[in-house]
Design a protein around this ligand. Structure first.
Ligand code: OOB
Length: 552
């Protein structure tokens, strides 16, 4: 076990093995097995590649040997920040084979986030594309490397500049280290977070592969499945729910869509006979409008999954009426638990709930503020533990004491209720986070950055309703110097290297922040203030809400 990772208690681990959830597989073992079984089948398609399973395996092997020749080996942490491309899989399967641990950064992450991941995890390598979507990642790598002595290698897909190209790794014919064991940490997912710094989520081969395999089963994937990866490939939804890894597990084909624009994605669906794809809610109306305009051939498409943020009932209705596909709602989290509506659920369940857990051994508790169970059907805090939900974040002992109960339940921060049929409905959020169309923003993280500005004496970030994204972020700021403008603060945050989606969408200067009776900033009041200012939108299910306001 990697240091600073919390294992499952031994008796539970034994049970998960005995139940057949943890089967003793590893990612590279699964790939080898798939190559043996259907090596010539098409595994990955991108703008530039068309790889069979055998070709994917050969490329992963070449990279594993090259990485090893550079000195990378078991438990080395490697930040992987690639756009949706075929090479993403060659890189991660190479790292899996070595027992090196990818940290799945998202393409919009910048110096603040990447620097933090590298330093916190003491990463030795950082894998990037030269450029993507108008951004040069080599500039970012230069800045990060200057501040991070442990970062020995920057490996570049494309033109490497002063760094090393993935195409030009050394070719030493030396033996690879022994492959990792199934119970070992395989990689790190990122937490959406509600604290000052983003947390790393260690996932093992055993636990993740269980969620991947069971998800592929729930979504009825087979060798005929063609999955279109539209949202960032490293995000838990696109990777494992069932995502690209579920598709490869089933022996199907993954199509990597480098740009989420519907024009590009819809053309892929027609060209590659895509059967399943996953969207975040804001993409749904954009796709529907594009489909009406372009009338693409969507006959192959069977399932459209929507998750990452609450899908409004109206939009769910529109999607299921206007497209001849099965809608599947997915409510998951990088920490583990994933819920799905099932493909044969009645329409009412699919339209109005976020489904139920993958596993019979996913334990769900819905509790009040004192951790006591709420009456059946009432809204409460969702706590969970199970065979693929972590027991602790990486190197975060103090935070772990708050984020997990003494019995090992993860406090999701979500407010849910359970219907009589056993499906969960997400009613809001107790965590201090903004869900900007599926992209998660920790309020505290951005507040800390704003407070670093000399003219800011106090601030609070809250969600404000947005017709397109569901929520956007609004910063209430008390300033010391009235000449400082909103644009100055935004420029300041950009210069600190914060990802663009975390930059407040709106800044409201105020003389003071409302406080609660116990002296905390009254964020509920601030949310109401900004909603009223924007035209009095009533807080709906997409808006964070406190428990007392949602109790029936
Ligand atoms: C997925 O994972 P994360 O880690 O980016 O975010 C998890 C959080 C949840 O705790 C919840 O607050 C929110 O995102 N969320 C939803 C939702 N799906 C996720 N809120 C309402 N309705 C939904 N359907 O977002 C994620 C991971 C795996 C599969 C799908 C999504």
């Amino acid at each position: 076990m990697l240091a600073h990772c919390t294992p499952w208690p031994e008796e539970l681990a034994a049970r998960y093995r005995a139940q057949g959830y943890w089967r003793g597989e590893t990612f590279s073992g699964v790939l080898d097995e798939r190559i043996a079984r259907h090596g010539e089948r098409l595994a990955i398609v991108s703008d530039t590649r068309r790889w069979s399973y055998r070709e994917l395996g050969a490329e992963a092997d070449r990279l594993a040997r090259g990485f090893h020749a550079l000195g990378l080996g078991p438990n080395d942490r490697v930040v992987v920040q690639l756009p949706n491309c075929a090479e993403f899989f060659a890189v991660i399967f190479a790292l899996f084979r070595l027992g090196a641990l990818p940290i799945f950064a998202l393409p919009p992450h910048r110096k603040f986030e990447i620097g933090h991941f590298c330093q916190h995890a003491q990463a030795t390598a950082y894998v990037i594309a030269d450029q993507h979507a108008g951004f040069d990642y080599r500039t970012l790598a230069r800045e990060v490397q200057a501040d991070t002595p442990c970062l020995r290698h920057v490996l570049v897909l494309g033109e490497a500049g002063e760094f090393r190209a993935l195409d030009a790794l050394p070719r030493l014919e030396q033996d690879l280290p022994a492959p990792p064991r199934p119970g070992d940490t395989a990689f790190f997912q990122l937490s959406g977070g509600s604290t000052g710094t983003p947390k790393l989520i260690p996932r093992t081969h055993d636990d993740y592969l269980y969620s991947v395999r069971a998800s592929a089963h729930i979504c009825q994937l087979s060798t005929d499945s063609v999955y279109l990866s539209v949202i960032p490939a490293g995000h838990n939804f696109a990777l494992s729910s069932p995502g690209s890894l579920g598709t490869l597990y089933a022996g199907g084909t993954v199509v990597m869509c480098a740009h989420p624009s519907p024009d590009v994605a819809l053309a892929w669906i027609a060209r590659e006979r895509v059967t399943i794809t996953a969207l975040v809610p804001p993409l749904v109306p954009v796709w529907l409008d594009a489909i009406h305009r372009m009338r693409p051939d969507l006959r192959s498409l069977q399932v459209v999954q929507v998750g990452g943020a609450r899908l409004g009932d109206d939009l769910a209705q529109r999607l299921s009426q206007e497209l001849d596909v099965t809608l599947q709602q997915v409510f998951g989290m990088a920490e583990g638990l994933v819920n799905y509506t099932r493909l044969d659920d009645p329409l009412g369940v699919v339209l109005h709930s976020q489904g139920r857990p993958i596993s019979p051994d996913d334990e769900i508790r819905i509790v009040d503020d004192e951790d006591q169970p709420v009456p059946p059907g009432a809204v409460g805090h969702l706590l969970t533990r199970g065979p693929y939900t972590i027991r602790g974040y990486y190197k975060a002992d103090e935070h772990n004491r708050r984020a997990f109960t003494a019995e090992g339940f993860y406090r999701t921060g979500d407010l849910v209720r359970c219907t009589a049929q056993g499906n969960l409905v997400v009613e809001g959020r107790a965590k201090d986070q903004i869900n900007r169309g599926g992209e998660k923003i920790s309020a505290e993280e951005v507040e800390q950055q704003l407070l670093a500005h000399a003219a800011v004496s106090a601030c609070a970030i809250v969600a404000m309703p947005d017709a397109f994204l569901g929520e956007k972020s609004c910063a209430f700021v008390v300033r010391k110097d009235a000449t400082v403008r909103g644009i100055d603060l935004i420029r300041f945050l950009r210069a600190r290297g914060l990802a663009t989606y975390k930059i407040p969408d709106r800044i409201e200067f105020v003389d003071q922040l409302a406080h609660t009776g116990v002296g905390k900033i009254n964020k509920k009041q601030l949310r109401q203030d900004i909603a009223a200012r924007l035209g009095g939108a009533a807080p709906g299910p997409q808006h964070p809400t406190t428990l007392e306001s949602t109790q029936p």
